[in-house]
Design a protein around this ligand. Structure first.
Ligand SMILES: CC(=O)SCCNC(=O)CCNC(=O)[C@H](O)C(C)(C)COP(=O)(O)OP(=O)(O)OC[C@H]1O[C@@H](n2cnc3c(N)ncnc32)[C@H](O)[C@@H]1OP(=O)(O)O
Length: 409
């Protein structure tokens, strides 16, 4: 088996192979009309070939940037286009490509890798764990009234970001730069969010609102007229479906939500890609008017350098934990003392008794603060060596806000 980078000459071989692995055809657009593979960078695409040179497997990465808790931006290879021909499965082709890719990432100095999994049973063995989650919130319009925020009625409570902005509706075709700019501003402050490189917008790759699918865009502008949020939506048979609601703060999100919920000739509004624990459900006067469905994993994280990963993200409470981390896929093991003081973390090898023993995939799951370590202790995946270890870890790993990713790749 040979694994080598794709060249400009055989990019079509890569594209044909990955489509054959998925049972699709290269000319068929994905939902929403974008040719997803058009944003691939050739030198980050791998082909797996048999001894006689036949292409049987593909894998690629996009050069994304990931926002960590606290707002640090780090390079994050986004693994994509993973496929092995049906005729060559369960013979270790993917395993070989994963090994190759992780070694490449380390050689580039990257300390983590991310992906969206087609099936949740594939990537745990390679050290990836689900780290952000997404939901769909469906609201029947006749029950969609928003409650007055209680805190703002209190005389001395600060009115956090009162909404004095404006909303316009534009066809998608008139918003190219604005969408790109607003998304970029949003993702820099949102833990778990990925950059959307300019080539995605320029090539109209991926899913709406990047892709060419017809959409309306509700643009929110602040009092100076600067766009600071948008909702991309379409209406079909009485259902207004919002692909994504991007807002630089909660007040802008609320304004956009109020706008779509007030749309005439619509019986229900479906918000796709709402993070767990999003306040919108709490803002409805009738809590049961918001029905959650489609609760699923989104971004999976794989750590490649534990001390660097832990000292790079932001921390919000002081504390100390000894983590004993197994990495069976890479055949590595490390025991680390993590100490956080005044928001700064130190992580050094130690021979102290561990507080938690865990697989690197579980550390990937808790890394962005979207999965409580105690949940994985209760599930029997993380071993807590003393009763206070899990609650201490929960408090320590929690992020400044729920991590969320809505970029599809
Ligand atoms: C980030 C992305 O791009 S997600 C897209 C992933 N691709 C797809 O879903 C396309 C269709 N599927 C495929 O092309 C292939 O089945 C792949 C890529 C998922 C797996 O490729 P293979 O070469 O068969 O994997 P490989 O032989 O290396 O398997 C390694 C191990 O994973 C297991 N495994 C592989 N695929 C799956 C699966 N879909 N579900 C459960 N286990 C799996 C194998 O059983 C094997 O286990 P073992 O080590 O205990 O024997």
């Amino acid at each position: 088996m040979e694994i080598r980078p794709t060249t400009d000459e055989d990019l079509d071989v890569f594209v044909d192979t990955v489509h054959a692995a998925f049972g699709r055809f290269p000319e068929t657009p994905v939902d929403g009309g974008g040719l997803w593979w058009s944003a691939l960078e050739t030198d980050r695409c791998l082909l797996a070939l048999t001894a006689d040179g036949r292409p049987v497997g593909t894998a690629a990465t996009h050069a994304f940037e990931l926002t960590l808790p606290g707002g640090t931006l780090v390079p994050a290879p986004g693994v994509t286009a993973v496929g092995v021909l049906p005729s060559h499965r369960r013979q270790g082709v993917l395993t070989a490509m994963m090994r190759h890719q992780l070694a490449e990432s380390r050689a580039r100095g990257e300390f983590l890798s991310v992906l969206l999994a087609s099936e949740a049973s594939i990537y745990g063995r390679f050290g990836y764990g689900p780290a952000t989650y997404t939901q769909r919130l469906t609201v029947q319009r006749h029950r969609a009234a928003l409650a007055a925020p209680r805190a703002r009625r209190t005389a001395d409570a600060p009115a956090t970001g009162p909404d004095n902005g404006s909303i316009d509706v534009l066809p998608r075709t008139r918003c190219d730069e604005m969408l790109e700019e607003v998304y970029d501003r949003y993702r820099r402050a949102q833990p778990g969010a990925l950059s959307r490189p300019h080539r995605w917008w320029a090539l109209r790759a991926g899913q709406p609102p990047i892709s060419p699918a017809p959409r309306y865009i509700a643009v929110h502008r602040d009092t100076d007229g600067v766009p600071d949020g948008y909702a991309s939506y379409s209406i079909d048979d009485g259902t207004l479906a919002v692909d994504e609601t991007i807002a630089v703060d909660d007040a802008v999100f609320t304004a956009l939500a109020r706008f779509v919920l007030g749309h005439d000739l619509v019986s229900q509004v479906v918000f796709h890609h709402v993070p767990p624990q999003h306040p919108l459900r709490r803002q409805l006067a009738d809590f049961r008017a918001g029905e959650v469905s489609g609760d699923m994993d989104w971004l999976w994280v794989r750590l490649l350098d534990v001390p660097r990963a832990l000292t790079t993200r932001g921390w919000f409470v002081d504390g100390e934990l000894v983590l004993d981390v197994e990495d069976p896929f890479l055949g590595e093991h490390g025991r680390y003392l993590l100490t956080v003081r005044d928001g700064t973390a130190h992580c050094v090898p130690t021979d102290r008794e561990p507080d938690l023993s865990l697989d690197v995939s579980d550390l990937g799951s808790v890394y962005l603060g979207g999965t409580d370590p105690s949940t994985l202790v209760r599930a029997g995946h993380i071993r807590a060596h003393r009763p206070d270890a899990a609650p201490r870890a929960d408090a320590l790993f929690r992020a400044d806000r729920t991590p969320h990713c809505l970029h599809w790749f």
